[in-house]
Unconditional design. Structure first.
Length: 311
């Protein structure tokens, strides 16, 4: 057993002592019961398991632990994704990078997971690849279907402690090899709704009154939103406020700010943001549409149904 040393405080009070450094883990062979601050000197018998949290992503990760004791604790949104590969018949490989607005992101603490619906199909952490200066996510995906199962993706950003939804999907095929370290598959983070559904005010406006809106037969909630697009540009959006939600649609008023916005006689496209899934879906107007979908200045257009069918 080592010896701890106390230091007399500068005040001259002989009863005032600093912390005692030493090994504070009772499982260690050099445990110091009098130590008040662990100095990293703990040593362990190689034949005796050291219990603790063995997950590097946990806030209480113990690098000396050799056997996980179930005590791991995680940051507020860390999903702690895991999968039992033995439960599946088939697998395939995906090598990818993650981009947000065209900029590669990643770290060794970030995670990428594949899903079929809400069921996890694989998970991995980032690996820095010095040849490209990017983080690779080398993901083994699992399935009980030899081909055709659609895989979507979620990404955990450890630095921001948030889960991000990726907009790309792939079709699983047994023994597939997609991407390589030098030519990875790029998966893109879906932008935030405040970014994706943003638009510039125009002096030329039309208005779409949506009576009912659904996703797979389920009525929208007050957290969901409807966006109006012309080609690739968002020209208006509104939070779902119930029956006859008004969604403005901006037109091209001749200024540089609204260049490329909709013009008279053109028909816009609609998207619905599902807040519970953090996903965007194309939506189709249906039922009675009065007078018609064509946009015009100061038009008031009533749409009976707006449906997003994702199945």
């Amino acid at each position: 057993m080592g010896v701890g040393y106390g230091i007399i405080g500068c005040s001259g009070d002989k009863d005032s002592k600093s912390d005692i450094l030493g090994c504070t883990d009772p499982q260690a062979i050099n445990y110091m019961p009098d130590a008040t601050v662990d100095d990293g000197s703990c040593e362990y018998d190689a034949g005796i398991p050291v219990y603790g949290c063995t997950d590097p992503l946990a806030t209480n990760y113990n690098p000396d632990a050799t056997s996980d004791d179930g005590t791991c604790q995680y940051a507020g949104n860390n999903p702690n994704w895991s999968i039992n590969a033995s439960e599946f018949q088939y697998n395939g490989a995906l090598t990818s990078t993650i981009e947000m607005a065209g900029v590669p992101i990643g770290s060794e603490s970030d995670m990428l997971a594949g899903f079929s619906g809400n069921e996890i199909r694989g998970v991995t952490q980032g690996i820095y690849f010095s040849s490209t200066g990017k983080y690779l996510f080398m993901l083994t995906l699992y399935s009980d279907e030899i081909t055709g199962e659609m895989i979507s993706f979620k990404y955990y950003d450890e630095s921001e402690d948030q889960i991000l939804i990726l907009q790309d999907e792939i079709a699983f095929t047994s023994n597939m090899i997609m991407g390589s370290p030098l030519d990875p598959v790029v998966l893109n983070v879906i932008p935030s709704v405040s970014e994706y559904f943003s638009f510039i005010q125009s002096s030329q406006q039309g208005f779409y009154f949506i009576q009912f809106a659904e996703i797979n037969g389920l009525t929208l909630t007050p957290d969901d939103q409807i966006g109006v697009f012309y080609e690739t540009k968002c020209i208006g959006s509104a939070i779902w406020a119930g029956e006859y939600t008004v969604v403005p649609a901006m037109g091209d008023d001749g200024t540089a700010f609204t260049a490329g916005y909709i013009t008279a006689g053109e028909i816009p496209q609609f998207k619905i943001y599902d807040a519970s899934e953090m996903r965007y879906f194309n939506a189709t107007p249906a039922g009675n549409i009065v007078p018609g979908l064509e946009w015009s200045y100061n038009a008031i257009i009533n749409i009976e149904f707006l449906n997003a069918d994702t199945e």
